[in-house]
Write a new protein. Structure first.
Length: 277
């Protein structure tokens, strides 16, 4: 019997890594991709099929999809888009070039990969495309403007694709996690140091009082409602196995609370609430 197959991005750590191991243990044929070869080599030592996929590199995306086709004989049951990039900082301090890079990694690369796997799924007459969004895909937070923008765009694209795929057996699904234990904050320091000149910012004092402490304070307590990456994997499995999957799966209490507040509160009240976060 043929194993079900799934291509997962962003498997070097966090959600992607946990999902890759869990699905592998459940008998799936997992293609665990990472941006760096050194991370792929580490996964290979654990028995996973792993190769490079860099959202910023179209050739890398083409190569990864072709490798999947070669290894499966032209089939792919599911795609889990997960890798992401953050540039913490005030919107007024994010340059056009910085925002472009964020969109390349968090949006354009995802779209490129999606349209490359759809022909495979059309040919086999089924498939699931699961995009890992965020609570920040429908509600904003200060200091996260570039990330919020990419997630809002992703949700719009995913919702539209889901509507367009209604006449096929290709299911398009969003996961919307809130705070999840990962290296995301640690990794975001790279984008911050590359793109944000906070010392010359009109908000320098706010950076010193708020954002720098959040980014560099290693003893900072985790969020009260933070869940491990396995919480996302659990919902991912449900999205893969449900005969009639939901269009969106909310993960963590903050995501559900945010959705409720967005539905109930006037914009000014919601802004007042989110400004305290």
């Amino acid at each position: 019997m043929r194993k079900k197959s799934i291509l997962i991005t962003g498997c070097s750590s966090g959600i992607g890594l946990d999902a890759a191991y869990r699905l592998h243990n459940l008998g799936w044929q997992v293609f665990a991709t990472c941006r760096k070869q050194i991370d792929c080599d580490r996964l290979k030592l654990d028995g996973l099929e792993s190769f490079v996929l860099d959202y910023e590199d179209p050739i890398s995306i083409d190569s990864a999809v072709q490798r999947v086709i070669n290894l499966t004989g032209g089939t792919l049951d599911a795609l889990f888009n997960n890798g992401a990039y953050a540039i913490p900082g005030a919107v007024e301090d994010v340059s056009r070039e910085a925002l472009r890079q964020a969109f390349e990694v968090n949006f354009f690369g995802w779209h490129d990969l999606i349209i490359k796997v759809i022909p495979i799924m059309r040919s086999q007459k089924h498939g699931r495309i699961i995009n890992c969004s965020s609570v920040l895909g429908f509600i904003p937070m200060r200091w996260r403007g570039s990330y919020v923008a990419t997630k809002y765009a992703l949700e719009g694209l995913t919702d539209t694709l889901r509507l367009e795929m209604r006449d096929t057996n290709i299911k398009v699904i969003l996961l919307q996690p809130g705070p999840i234990t990962s290296k995301f904050r640690e990794n975001s320091i790279v984008g911050f140091e590359k793109w944000i000149n906070w010392k010359t910012s009109a908000r320098r004092e706010q950076y010193e009082l708020i954002l720098l402490k959040r980014l560099y304070n290693k003893s900072l307590k985790k969020d009260q409602f933070e869940l491990p990456a396995s919480a996302v994997t659990k919902v991912l499995i449900k999205a893969l196995e449900d005969k009639v999957p939901r269009s969106k799966y909310m993960i963590t209490t903050p995501t559900r609370v945010a959705a409720l507040l967005k539905r109930l509160l006037p914009n000014k009240w919601l802004d007042n609430f989110m400004a305290q976060r």
